[in-house]
Design a binder for this molecule. Sequence first.
Ligand SMILES: O=C(O)CCC(=O)C(=O)O
Length: 260
Amino acid sequence: MKIALIQLDIAFGNPEANYAAAERKIRAAAEDKPDCLILPELWTTGYDLTRLGEIADPEGRTTKQFISALAKQYSINIVAGSVANRHPGGGVTNSMFIFNRQGELAGEYSKLHLFRLMDEHLYLQPGEAKGLFTLDGASCAGLICYDIRFPEWIRAHTVQGAEILFISAEWPLPRLSHWRALLISRAIENQCYVVACNRAGSDPANTFAGHSMIIDPWGEVVCEAAEGEEIVSGVIDWQKVREVRAQIPVFSDRRPDLYV
Ligand SMILES: O=C(O)CCC(=O)C(=O)O
């Protein structure tokens, strides 16, 4: 499976500009015929949280139509990063939508752990469900940014079979070393692929780290972007998950009865 990570800069609070930029990048990435594309977190609005009432996507409708059409046109799976998703009841979640090659919604996940340091808890509602889905027969999970600091949440997905973790983020540059260490640790401890797409550029409060990357189940980096806008791609062989899990049987050696 060839995966392209679209490391975008994001226009602050400007969905129109961001849809146009994402469309250009998705079409450019599709030329290379990947099996799957991934976008960063909150790619339609950035962290313009105080204006979410105006700019969040009602029920994710615009994003779903936009991504579904591109997935179908190019016959590519698209993990559509996340967007601010306004619910009919009034709340807004930070939601990832996943589309398969047929342009059908294959999964959906709303960020469970809200990041207080960036005031998310003041403007967003947390998700309440796991992000498991299947793409081209592979068992996958979708997670968002701060979620990678919660190994027990990631484990809850891998014990249910996830072999590829798709992570969308807006991870700031001052904690780049955490980003790399946490992602590599999640791959090693769960013996799975980690596909992590961060944003590039700055907003009024933060500069972001880029360094989108794919890590294999042994913890080796398959590909890694630099800080700026970039499309980086890598090939994964999910047979390797089974090989690593057979070599060091972490999942059978767990003692979950003693972990609480
Ligand atoms: O955990 C961190 O250091 C960054 C998290 C973050 O930026 C986010 O969840 O949006």
